[in-house]
Design a protein around this ligand. Sequence first.
Ligand SMILES: NC(=O)c1ccc[n+]([C@@H]2O[C@H](COP(=O)([O-])OP(=O)(O)OC[C@H]3O[C@@H](n4cnc5c(N)ncnc54)[C@H](OP(=O)(O)O)[C@@H]3O)[C@@H](O)[C@H]2O)c1
Length: 330
Amino acid sequence: MTYTASESRYESIEYKKCGESGLKLPAVSFGLWHNFGDNADFENMRKMCFTAFDNGITHFDLANNYGPSAGSAELNFGKILNGDMKNYRDEMIVSTKAGYYMWPGPYGEWGSRKYLTASLDQSLKRMGLDYVDIFYHHRPDPNTPLYETMWALADIVRSGKALYIGLSNYDGERMREAARILNELHCPFVINQNRYSIFDRTVEKNGILDAAISEKKGMIIFSPLAQGLLTSRYLMGIPEDSRIKTDGRYLKEQNLTEEVLKKITKLDKIAKNRGQTLAQMALAWVYDHEGITSVLIGASKPEQILENLKMIENHTFTDEELREIDSVVL
Ligand SMILES: NC(=O)c1ccc[n+]([C@@H]2O[C@H](COP(=O)([O-])OP(=O)(O)OC[C@H]3O[C@@H](n4cnc5c(N)ncnc54)[C@H](OP(=O)(O)O)[C@@H]3O)[C@@H](O)[C@H]2O)c1
């Protein structure tokens, strides 16, 4: 059956500019870190992509290493994009990244010009694309001069293989220096991708949130649900189909301590008082902060995407609600 996107897809979501650039991203973006690998169900992948796009999620986020195996998420997404969704490429923002381990030897990870250039070529091949909309350096490289990494990114844009550049997991100071270099090179660096959630406040402490605001760059937030902890998923035990059970590489059973469970239970009550689910409140909490462009969610089923999108209906907080949330977690 061919896929035709819903005609109402742009009706109920917001789009914000990445800083002062011309690029807009949806309030909720969709990431393919999990559930798009070799062992995942292809039909479910298709349905999740359609559900996202039908509801205005124009942005699909990938990386060279997403799987498992590394590269398989790009392959699977490429199949969906070039099959069912090929008529919609110009309505979509596709991002990928390089920085983590991809192949053996000295050129298979980090931030050299050699690695970044080769990795993006491989990503484009896997996805069957001529270009990505955003290409990210996935993590800072302490052993490569920042200038070399930025110069490679600028040349990638010049080559037409990426339209915009993003930086991921940088702190405020390093991002400011990178922004200065990219500016000199006339390279459209528009967005930062970092982790932020009710549980993880690192971006408030390492300067990146303040730097993104003052440098007028966008900020897209990964793991806003703390990989599923900030949802009702684990309130009644650990379900067989949850990330802890089905994957366990990054979210492990030992992360769900008694203390964490108590916090989740209290947060769930606050969410109920606001008339929303914990997942919706957790996303709204991130999105409501100054400087945030988009919250980047993962999902294992289409229904989760639909639930999460509803955060847009109630994404502001009173000072008292914010204090109450802080008193549970800080
Ligand atoms: N730049 C980086 O270094 C970096 C790092 C990590 C991630 N990312 C990006 O960020 C994206 C999102 O990361 P993430 O997957 O950790 O985000 P997340 O949104 O915090 O967690 C997603 C997981 O939470 C569960 N979930 C989602 N909605 C739910 C709901 N309504 N009710 C119950 N459970 C729900 C699902 O897990 P179940 O399997 O339990 O259903 C889902 O897979 C990734 O796909 C990737 O694109 C980037």
